[in-house]
Design a protein around this ligand. Structure first.
Ligand code: P6P
Length: 288
């Protein structure tokens, strides 16, 4: 299985430049459809999804492929996840609405050794690509986090054993303040008095701020959306895998995102990730 995980990560790095290269021509083009989460899909989302599906689905050892942009899991191999093969869950272009404003976007990948939808604990690796000033890929595997620069479709490691800084500096909270439940709003007021706001509207960019400077990112439960906005399979679990491997913590408000029971491929989950102290305070605030 380890070889297949290598193949998946190398393929993500190889495809990323083509995703980035396809952005300019698709800057303001809507695909005219909605994804399974009911969100409008851009031409850039479709392009990224097709590139990753074609490349990852062709890997021997990848038995299942699921995407935030596709209704159902696609069987792509003869094997089965957990019996030597893996399942790949991907958000091909996270934060694609940032394309219109030319801000950071990303790709998020979870590699599981059980069939999808899979519990976060079954992730054998997770990664995100950040399409920022530099294209980087951050990978959690075997309990450690590595950040690479993607250069010519190859990942060149630039930071090994990445860990959250001990002294948190930034926070970023999604959703609108009037939509936050009272307990979260009170917690946010405390955090705002302690940390600096860094919120860019693409989870990968905002989480990378937290991984770089320490702090907390959340897209909490909302009054109108008790499960929040972000998807467990394609955003919450893989990002939690990375942040926890970097010495941080994650929570749906009560438990690690890696422990959340998967019930549906596109299930949403409140997401809170960052330094353990801030996650613990969050859970205490919501428990009161
Ligand atoms: P809002 C992008 O659409 C996304 O799924 C995440 O990448 C990001 O954290 C969040 O939604 C942004 O949501 O409500 O701020 O536009």
């Amino acid at each position: 299985m380890s070889d297949t995980v290598d193949d998946v990560l190398e393929t993500v790095a190889a495809v990323a430049p083509d995703v980035r290269g396809g952005l300019p021509g698709r800057r303001l083009t809507e695909a005219g459809v909605e994804n399974p989460s009911g969100e409008s899909v851009t031409a850039a989302d479709v392009h990224a999804d097709e590139l990753f599906f074609e490349a990852l689905g062709a890997i021997d050892g990848v038995a299942e492929f699921a995407s935030e942009e596709r209704e159902a899991v696609v069987d792509t191999g003869d094997g089965a996840p957990g019996e030597g093969d893996v399942a790949v869950a991907i958000d091909p272009l996270d934060g694609s609405s940032n394309l219109a404003s030319n801000n950071a976007m990303g790709t998020i990948v979870g590699i599981a050794d059980e069939s999808l939808p899979a519990a976060g604990e079954s992730l054998v690796a997770a990664a995100y690509v950040l399409y920022g000033p530099i294209t980087t890929m951050t990978v959690a595997r075997e309990g450690t986090v590595t950040t690479s620069v993607i250069d010519g479709g190859e990942a060149r490691a630039v930071e090994e054993d990445v860990s959250l800084p001990d002294d948190p500096v930034v926070y970023g909270f999604g959703g609108r303040v009037p939509e936050w439940p009272d307990a979260f709003r009170e917690y946010a007021r405390e955090v705002e008095s302690e940390l600096k706001l860094r919120y860019g509207g693409a989870m990968v960019g905002d989480v990378n701020q937290v991984l770089s400077y320490g702090g907390i990112f959340a897209y909490p439960a909302l009054e109108s959306a008790p499960n929040g906005k972000l998807r467990l399979q394609f955003e919450g679990a893989p990002i939690a895998k990375i942040i926890e491997a970097a010495g941080g913590a994650s929570s749906d408000g009560e438990q690690s995102l890696l422990s959340v029971e998967p019930t549906d491929l596109h299930q949403r989950v409140p997401v809170h990730v960052g330094n353990e102290a801030y996650v613990e305070r969050l859970e205490a605030a919501l428990a009161d």
